[in-house]
Ligand binder design. Sequence first.
Ligand SMILES: Nc1nc2c(ncn2[C@@H]2O[C@H](COP(=O)(O)OP(=O)(O)OP(=O)(O)O)[C@@H](O)[C@H]2O)c(=O)[nH]1
Length: 682
Amino acid sequence: MSNRRVYEIARELSLDTKEVMRRLQDAGVEVKNHFAAVDDELYERVFGNGRKQNSPRGGKGSKKRRRVVIDASATSKPSRAAGGDRPAPAKKAEPEPEKERGDGVIRLEPGATVKDLADAAGVPPARVVKILFSLGEMKTQNQTLTEEEIELVAEELGVRVELTEAVDLSAPEPEVEDAPEDLIEKPPVVTVMGHVDHGKTSLLDKIRQTEVAAREAGGITQHIGAYQVESGGRKVTFIDTPGHEAFTEMRARGAKITDVVVLVVAADDGVMPQTEEAIEHARAAGVPIVVALNKIDVPNANPDMVMGQLAERGLTPEAWGGDTVTVPVSAKTGEGIEDLIENILIVAELEELKANPNAPASGYVIESQLDPGRGTVATLLLTRGTLHRGDIVLAGTSYGRVRAMMDYTGHRVEEAGPGMPVEILGLQGVPEAGTGFEVVEHERMARARAQQAEAALRRQELAQGGPTRRTLEDLLGQSGVKDLNLIVKADVAGSVEALRDALTRLSTDEVRVNIVRSGVGAINDADVKLGAASEGIVLGFNVRPTATAKQVAEREGVEIRTYGVIYQALEEIEAAMKGMLAPETAERETGVAEVRQTFRVPNVGTVAGCYVTEGEISRNDRVRVVRDGTVIYEGEVASLKRFKDDVRSVRQGFECGIGIENFNDVKEGDVLEFFRIVEVER
Ligand SMILES: Nc1nc2c(ncn2[C@@H]2O[C@H](COP(=O)(O)OP(=O)(O)OP(=O)(O)O)[C@@H](O)[C@H]2O)c(=O)[nH]1
């Protein structure tokens, strides 16, 4: 049996929701709001006949049909200024603000806010807020609306809405095939991978130094996440963050950036676990491998042994009749570096790496951070087209006009072509590494799409139940012997040492303090990710988290605590450790409810329509979801309502609506047990 919502029926039958509710009421059924569910039998009974007459659009699939019309042609509509039916002028002006077209239809861009809708419909924003509220949605003027919300509110207001242009956020690169004659050769993009200590960083440094030395003017290259070197008039772009972590992370976000992988293998150490992992990653991505046989200067270097190991893994060197380009190098002396670059170019040539420079620019974000003086500083790597200063860039939830653009030497540039890394200023928000970007024509469109991406992200988080935040107290509140995993960052090495030692000494029989990582510098993404992986927390002493680290912490539910004085950090951790030993706790059951129906409320999640069978349940209780005798979830009550009103508690024998924090999978027939944690004497 399937359920339809009131608004779905209205949509399906092209009726007003009020009319649907009236008919249900006439049939003796109490309906509370647009989201009330109507089962098949009731639907047939009430609307069985009317469906045919009432459905001018008829057809099956009409249940899915949206009243919101996606009008993909909207951006090319004839300009009003031009009058008549003259086509829009070639130079596109900012699109006109949303407005009524005189036929009762208003146009809105996806990602429209409450205010946008209110303005377009000519009503005060408060009216829209009120309608949303009656639908169980709490929104302020500047919050974006989902398509469904726009539709429902429009219906209440008695206006029809057309959404201009549907946007696919998942495809940063336009799906256009460039004509062969438009393509020019683009520099290969290289990522350096290999086992720890085999010399990835040294090699990248050496390559860059060689380049600096080669350039007459000298000058210092600055770290922007990528740089270029030139050989025989051709350029190679190196991603400046070594390691397969960066590579996989980018790939995980769908970024196909790397054209060639340089696999660094130390000639004195050979193939190691991370070498194998790197080989797997490169193969999985279908990226050709060039082997840099490093440290050939060390006395115990054994290139033959290493080449044998590589051959065993399908990377037979050319010298041995295979087809893997293997270049002996020394990142220390610089020997073989030129050779390596030339070989990278040869391998790249076989890949026929080409791009159209005359297209609107698109590519990927390599790095980004918030600079106190300059705002968001992002490094972009172009895969197609040419980026100009003044262009409007959209990268996931960030967007903005390119205020300034610098190449990796720090020189200002006016434009950048395919394969080139550039640092740009002007974005709002800090996009994550690996996010695709593209140039869009209008700032309004960029804003709308960024907001849409933001909303999609929030929906995703909601669907995944959101992060469960682990605080110091939570970690220490668990029973049994506890491991307190800490990531410690400080401004100077001395403090790191001091903190590490002092914190470790805090360990007791019941709580073991483990310093998972410690280091100097700001708290970055990697620190937070490690915090998440080790279920620990991050401590900062005189350092702050970067903007992206904050975002990651938020997303992953990792606590970051920052201090200015060492003893304060120690005292707090020690107090927390002791605190948890103070009272013992026990559970006290308060009530039981049965789930009789479930409702999906946009942006809120699933709400369970319940009947309280025992005791008295309260908004502040914890709740356990029991299905067929098995506890499937335990968490907090997010909302407790009687009809439309929030209530503090509901007694046995009454119905209510219950939302469960971070849990949307509640089903009809589930039993909800409510309880409270109370303190008892030890
Ligand atoms: N003799 C010699 N030493 C090298 C060479 N390349 C790197 N080293 C040394 O090897 C050590 C590790 O080099 P890194 O460049 O830090 O290695 P890595 O692979 O980047 O290491 P992680 O960043 O920790 O993964 C350093 O002490 C380097 O000085 C080389 O060609 N010859």
